[in-house]
Design a protein around this ligand. Structure first.
Ligand SMILES: N[C@@H](CCC(=O)N[C@@H](CS)C(=O)NCC(=O)O)C(=O)O
Length: 218
């Protein structure tokens, strides 16, 4: 059964990025359906039946008649489809940490997400964070430092790139765009997340995708 992943703009859609990284990491073949976000016909696009389960949001993954949405929902489905070895560490403490930080990312960091929207094509040297966004940055930095220290790196929960890294790669992209200063350990992880081959492929494709949205260009 072919997997179909509906995604939005590569430059701006951080949740699409998570879904797409997860699909690549599964190793399974999938069809990618690009829906340009917030164009004049977006309200109509949102009403496509394929987006009904997610309430008109991307990403959404269809596995035959089965839909998964939300980054964690997609990760869980792909984890089981691909045999349960590609996304979460096997070691219990590392796995508990990875699942917990992934859940914290799914549900939190609202200030950072709102104040620093993802734009893989932009750079803002000297960007001043709001106090709430700054607090979110410091929480991410602390989680990254903890993961690296406890599980030995080079990734967030140990030696294998996985679901926790997928969840935080769009944050690494924001740190890059807004030139956020990080501790040396966290900065190292930011660089590794950005250099991962899947992320490099996404960023390169974003550079030429067109569809400029003024609301994210400042
Ligand atoms: N929590 C969801 C968020 C999905 C989401 O907000 N997607 C945005 C694009 S990044 C979207 O589809 N926005 C369209 C809209 O709200 O009309 C997830 O994990 O996928």
């Amino acid at each position: 059964m072919t997997l179909r992943l509906f995604i939005g703009n590569r430059a701006y859609s951080s949740w699409s990025l998570r879904g797409w990284l997860a699909a690549r990491q599964s190793g399974l073949p999938f069809e990618e359906i690009f829906l340009p976000l917030y164009e004049a016909d977006w309200e109509e696009t949102k009403r496509r039946p394929e987006l009904a389960p997610s309430g008109g949001k991307v990403p959404i993954l269809w596995d035959g008649p089965v839909a998964s949405w939300n980054a964690l929902g997609i990760l869980d489905h792909l984890d089981r489809l691909s045999g349960g070895t590609r996304f979460w560490p096997a070691e219990p403490a590392a796995r508990a940490f990875a699942v917990s930080v992934a859940a914290e990312m799914q549900a939190g960091f609202q200030a950072l997400r709102g104040f620093c929207p993802m734009n893989t094509r932009a750079r803002h040297p000297g960007f001043a964070l709001s106090p709430d966004a700054e607090a979110d940055v410091r929480r991410v930095e602390a989680l990254w430092e903890e993961g690296l220290a406890r599980f030995g790196g080079p990734w967030l929960a140990g030696e294998d790139w996985g679901a926790a890294d997928i969840m935080f790669t769009p944050v690494a992209s924001r740190f890059t765009t807004y030139c956020v200063a990080l501790s040396p350990a966290a900065e190292g992880l930011r660089q590794r997340l950005m250099a991962h081959p899947f992320m490099a492929e996404w960023v390169a494709a974003a550079a030429t995708e067109g569809h400029v949205l003024q609301r994210y260009e400042f």
